[in-house]
Design a protein around this ligand. Structure first.
Ligand code: SF4
Length: 215
């Protein structure tokens, strides 16, 4: 597989936030979100065999725990990413998959926690979520909306209702685009509208330099 980096940090953007986690960051993305903070994943990386990736995860976290497969868009390398997820599950890890939901989720092992980052209009990639994927979302999975404006917020609330996401998934997450909107505004709108979502911040951006890689 083409890998950008494998490192240990804190999970920062889901209901697993705050827990130690190994990130396996895959190269390549087919979207171009305007506020993307991972442009360095678009090209390059190094070729690694599944054995070597598994060994590196084990070296960094020998006693089990969380491993997140992320990118870029990790499902662009589905042919190898799915066997990798199977191996990590088999080795006793809890496996998270961060994806935009544009690629099919059908072949993702059901034990994997899918964190689907549905792109809002301000990202420039709205409506890229593949609606066919709704049937592959279950109670362990999470849907995230990264919100940059009131328009994004209203769009997210509407998509939540339209697809009954609070009932379908384990968590619906609302998160501000870092540096683009006052987090307080989203919280106040959510409280006023009684939205059944969990507010979150990108925790790692408050702990380390917001532009830092590998954290
Ligand atoms: S899907 Fe993720 S990696 Fe790809 S452009 Fe959007 S934010 Fe960047």
């Amino acid at each position: 597989m083409q890998i950008i980096e494998i490192y240990k940090s804190l999970q920062g953007e889901s209901s697993y936030a705050g827990l130690p986690c190994i990130f396996v960051r895959l190269a390549g993305c087919n979207l171009r979100c305007v506020w993307c903070d991972s442009e360095y994943t678009f090209t390059g990386g190094k070729r690694m065999r599944l054995d070597d990736i598994e060994q590196e995860v084990h070296r960094l976290l020998p006693d089990g725990g969380l491993v997140e497969i992320t990118g870029g868009e990790p499902l662009l390398q589905e042919r190898e990413a799915v066997p990798l997820m199977d191996r990590l599950l088999g080795a006793g890890y809890t496996v998270l998959l961060e994806t935009s939901g544009e690629q099919p989720l059908e072949r993702v092992p059901p034990q994997v926690v899918k964190i689907v980052d549905v792109k809002c209009p301000d990202s420039g990639e709205a409506d890229t979520f593949n609606l066919e994927n709704l049937k592959w979302l279950g109670p362990r999975d999470e849907v995230k909306f990264v919100i940059g404006s009131r328009g994004d917020y209203e769009w997210s609330v509407a998509r939540m209702a339209e697809h009954q996401l609070a009932r379908r998934c384990g968590a619906v997450l609302f998160s501000p685009v870092f540096g683009r909107i006052e987090p307080r505004l989203i919280v106040e709108w959510m409280l006023a509208d009684k939205v059944e979502a969990r507010f979150q911040l990108q925790m790692h951006k408050f702990i380390w330099d917001p532009a830092a890689k590998g954290v």
